[in-house]
Design a protein around this ligand. Structure first.
Ligand SMILES: C[S@@+](CC[C@H](N)C(=O)[O-])C[C@H]1O[C@@H](n2cnc3c(N)ncnc32)[C@H](O)[C@@H]1O
Length: 240
């Protein structure tokens, strides 16, 4: 898996998929529609959730990160093939679009606790015809107990919401029984706060994690049997 991961990080996402992702991003960045947001997680800058006004364009700029990281996400998703992908934190759906572009045959579940964002993501998924994607509009805590009972396994887990140490570790523990030796876990924003950095360090040392790769903004955990635990840092190729 480490060899396949290295190839994916260096690789290139399909040109047609890139064009679709770029067009969707451009549309959202130009959309000045007002939103009343209820972030159930750590909120912007870790200042807590609460209710605040924003616009679609501002959310696209802030919570969906650099376009280059979505291109990387697309390449990583290819490793899931026709498996099962779970994303915690949909926001406007740009990350989901990248995952679906990289793994069009995969079954994708994504969870968003903010109803206004979830409605926007649902519109995007309809426009893009993402038929293998299920959007769950609720908090992770509400959805995960029943979802984990229904899923046979997880091939790719993208932890990208509720960026607090305890919450991140809790969601990882809850989903751990679904992970297998070929699974991939992507933890986003590992340098976003002290707590996220501590969560990442704890996860790297978890007894089931056999290799971890620090890609600067995100970290990847691997579970395939190995004689030694490997901790790597790679500079991702973000230009393609
Ligand atoms: C960083 S954004 C996700 C970005 C998205 N994955 C992407 O790549 O475009 C995090 C999202 O997680 C949602 N969120 C945070 N904590 C949550 C929770 N406990 N339950 C449900 N959603 C949550 C927030 O409302 C926010 O929209």
């Amino acid at each position: 898996m480490l060899v396949r991961l290295a190839a994916a990080v260096r690789g290139r996402c399909d040109a047609e998929a890139l064009a679709v992702m770029a067009a969707a991003r451009r549309r959202l960045l130009a959309d000045t529609t007002e939103l009343l947001l209820h972030d159930p997680g750590a909120g912007p800058g870790g200042r807590g959730g609460g209710v605040r006004r924003s616009t679609v364009a501002a959310v696209a700029r802030r919570s969906s990160g650099a376009a280059a990281y979505h291109r990387l996400l697309c390449r990583l998703a290819e490793l899931a093939g026709d498996g099962i992908i779970l994303e915690l934190g949909t926001a406007l759906g740009l990350g989901t679009l990248a995952l679906a572009a990289g793994a069009p045959a995969a079954t994708l579940h994504t969870i968003e606790g903010d109803p206004a964002l979830a409605r926007r993501a649902a519109t995007l998924f309809r426009q893009q015809g993402l038929r293998r994607t299920t959007l769950h509009t609720s908090t992770f805590d509400e959805v995960l107990p029943s979802l984990t009972r229904r899923l046979p396994r997880l091939d790719l887990l993208f932890l990208d919401g509720h960026h607090e140490k305890d919450a991140t570790l809790r969601y990882f523990s809850l989903l751990l029984p679904l992970l297998h030796p070929e699974s991939l876990v992507i933890v986003d924003d590992i340098r976003w706060s002290r707590g996220m950095w501590q969560a990442w360090q704890t996860l790297r040392r978890h007894h089931r994690v056999t290799a971890s790769v620090d890609l600067l903004r995100m970290g990847i955990l691997l579970f395939e049997p190995a004689p030694h635990r490997r901790r790597l840092t790679w500079w991702p190729h973000l230009s393609h």
